[in-house]
Design a protein around this ligand. Structure first.
Ligand code: 13P
Length: 250
């Protein structure tokens, strides 16, 4: 079985002083955790956080990557640039980018491709809105989102991480129940198994109001291989407690 992965997504919450305090507090408590852990930080702070993480077991991640390799794309950050700062993971297709920045399935699949080509593990986010869940379309939506990534990346998808993030659970304090999450993770697992000869390498994370209180139950599900943590990753004690739950579930 894969080691579980706990990745913090700081979103647009950071400052030089705040980052130092947060990372130092996490590193002080992480010990030799029996899971993998990462923080996905806003691009301007990559160099700073790379320095803070040097020699530690906490990996560096980005929150997005360009779907283009290089060139006249003002404001974009390429996978090769991220790689220069020691980035190991890049979130792609987060629902906030799909919703507010118009990213469609094809763009998300290209972003995953760019990350993989630069040796960065894309954390591909999929998930349904509340309206889609209520109309019974959850499976169809997440399978369509995954299918685009599989179509563009072929056998390379054994190198990705997937994050199931129901949109209605993000930042709302509403979490999918362990059973609801497991059900969707099992669907994604089946889809991945059909697409690669090495499905066992692919970790499927749950994201959406995962916190210190509910992490253990979610991580105990057979197809939940870790978490993508928003709000709770900004609080060192809470983030450490989720890392500890993942270590115990390993
Ligand atoms: P919250 O943990 O704040 O709900 O955010 C989840 C998320 O979007 C992680 O990418």
């Amino acid at each position: 079985m894969n080691r579980k992965l706990i990745a913090g997504n700081w979103k647009m919450n950071a400052s030089l002083a705040g980052n130092t305090a947060l990372v130092q507090a996490v590193l002080a408590g992480i010990g030799d955790a029996a899971c993998d852990a990462a923080v996905c930080v806003p691009a301007p702070y990559l160099a700073q956080v790379q320095g803070l993480l040097a020699g530690s077991t906490l990996a560096l991640g980005a929150q997005d990557v360009s779907s283009h390799e290089a060139g006249a794309y003002t404001g974009e950050v390429s996978a090769a640039m991220l790689r220069e700062f020691g980035v190991r993971y890049a979130i792609v297709g987060h629902s906030e980018r799909r919703q507010y920045h118009g990213e469609d399935d094809a763009v998300v699949a290209e972003k995953a491709r760019q990350a993989l080509a630069a040796g960065i593990t894309p954390i591909v986010c999929v998930g349904e809105t509340l309206a889609q869940r209520e109309s019974g379309a959850t499976e169809e939506v997440v399978k369509r989102q995954m299918a685009a990534v599989i179509h563009t990346n072929g056998h390379c998808i054994s190198e990705i991480v997937v994050a199931y993030e129901p949109v209605w659970a993000i930042g709302t304090g509403k979490t999918a129940s362990p059973e609801q999450a497991q059900q969707v993770h099992a669907v994604l697992r089946t889809q991945i198994k059909a697409a690669t000869s090495q499905p066992g390498r692919v970790r499927i994370l749950y994201g959406g109001s995962m916190n210190a209180a509910n992490a253990a139950q979610l991580l105990a599900q057979p197809d939940i291989d870790g978490g993508l943590i928003g709000g709770a990753s900004l609080k060192p004690a809470d983030f450490l407690s989720i890392i500890s739950a993942a270590s115990n579930a390993a």
